[in-house]
Ligand binder design. Structure first.
Ligand code: SF4
Length: 272
C-alpha cells in the first residue's frame, strides 16, 4: 500500500508527466526551490516558531522578534541555487513581501488568544473502511474555539493569487485534514477550515457537511486508483510549467513538439 500525500496528488492533477518524472522515475529536477517556494517556506517556519512560543512557553513574541526570526531564517536557508522565475522581481522584493505578510498577519490577529493546540501537525487520513487507501499531510496550525466548540484548521497561503470563493470552497486539502481531526477528537466534532491569504491580508472560512466529506473521500480514492492504473502519464502544459524543474527535459517544450501541436490529432504518435 502506498501512502499518498496531498501534494503528490496535486502534482498528478497538475501534470501526469511531472508526477512520473518526480515519483516514478525519481529524476532530480533542474532546481528544487524557487523564490516563491523559499518565501512560502520561511513564512511558514516563522509562524510555526511564533505559535510554539505561545503554546509551549506561554510567551507571545513581539513584532520585532518575529521580524528577527524571519530575517535569520531567510539568510540561513538562502542559496544561490534558488531559481528566480519572475525576472522582474529580485530576492529583496520577495524578502520584503514576507515582511509585509507577517506584519499584516500580526496586526490582524493579535493578541493571539485563539487556543492553538498544534503546529505543523502530521496527520494520516483513512479514506476507506479497510484502511487500503491512506493519505498523509501536515496541518499548518490547529486551534480550538471553546465558545463555538469548533476545531479550526489553519492554512497559510503566500501566493499572489486570490481564488474565487467557489474555488476555495472546493479545495480538497483542508477538507481531507478535517477527517483526521475528527478521528483524533471525535466524529461528532465540528471543524472549520480557515485559509489565511497573506498577500491579501484576508481570512476565509468554510464548513463542510458530512455528505460533502464522504463524497470527497470517494473522489480521492477514484483519483488514487486512476494514478495506480495510469500507463501513459501525458504532459499537461500550463502557466505552472515556468516553475517546473523538468521543463528542460519535457517533450512538451521541445521545438519540434510545439510545431506538431498545431495538429492535435497526431499528438498520439509522439513518444514522450
Ligand atoms: S514542463 Fe509542464 S508539461 Fe512539462 S513536465 Fe513540467 S509541468 Fe508537465
Amino acid at each position: 500500500m502506498t501512502i499518498y500525500s496531498y501534494s503528490r496528488l496535486t502534482v498528478y492533477e497538475q501534470c501526469p508527466l511531472k508526477f512520473k518524472f518526480r515519483y516514478i522515475d525519481k529524476l532530480i529536477p533542474e532546481f528544487e526551490k524557487t523564490l516563491e517556494s523559499h518565501l512560502g517556506s520561511i513564512v511558514h517556519q516563522t509562524l510555526e516558531w511564533f505559535y510554539i512560543q505561545i503554546k509551549e512557553k506561554n510567551i507571545t513574541p513581539d513584532i520585532e522578534q518575529m521580524m528577527m526570526y524571519y530575517s535569520k531564517k531567510w539568510e540561513e536557508n538562502f542559496t544561490e541555487e534558488i531559481k528566480n522565475v519572475k525576472k522582474e522581481l529580485t530576492e529583496k522584493d520577495y524578502f520584503n513581501k514576507g515582511i509585509k505578510f507577517l506584519v499584516d498577519y500580526y496586526l490582524k490577529n493579535k493578541p493571539f488568544k485563539d487556543n492553538t493546540l498544534e503546529v505543523e501537525k502530521r496527520v494520516t487520513i483513512n479514506l476507506g473502511e479497510n484502511g487500503k487507501h491512506k493519505l498523509q499531510g501536515f496541518i499548518d496550525r490547529l486551534s480550538y474555539n471553546p465558545e463555538t466548540d469548533e476545531f479550526e484548521i489553519h492554512d497559510y497561503k503566500t501566493a499572489n493569487n486570490l481564488p474565487q470563493k467557489k474555488k476555495i470552497k472546493g479545495d480538497k486539502q483542508l477538507a481531507l485534514y478535517s477527517i483526521a481531526v475528527k478521528e483524533l477528537f471525535g466524529k461528532d466534532k465540528k471543524v472549520c477550515l480557515t485559509w489565511h491569504y497573506l498577500s491579501h491580508n484576508l481570512k476565509v472560512q468554510v464548513r463542510k457537511t458530512e455528505e460533502e466529506i464522504e463524497e470527497l473521500k470517494k473522489e480521492i480514492i477514484r483519483l488514487i486508483r486512476k494514478i495506480e492504473e495510469e500507463k501513459e502519464f501525458p504532459y499537461k502544459k500550463s502557466a505552472l510549467c515556468q516553475w517546473c524543474g523538468y521543463k528542460k527535459i519535457c517533450p512538451a517544450w521541445k521545438p519540434e513538439t510545439r510545431e506538431l501541436e498545431k495538429f492535435p490529432t497526431i499528438r498520439k504518435y509522439i513518444k514522450d
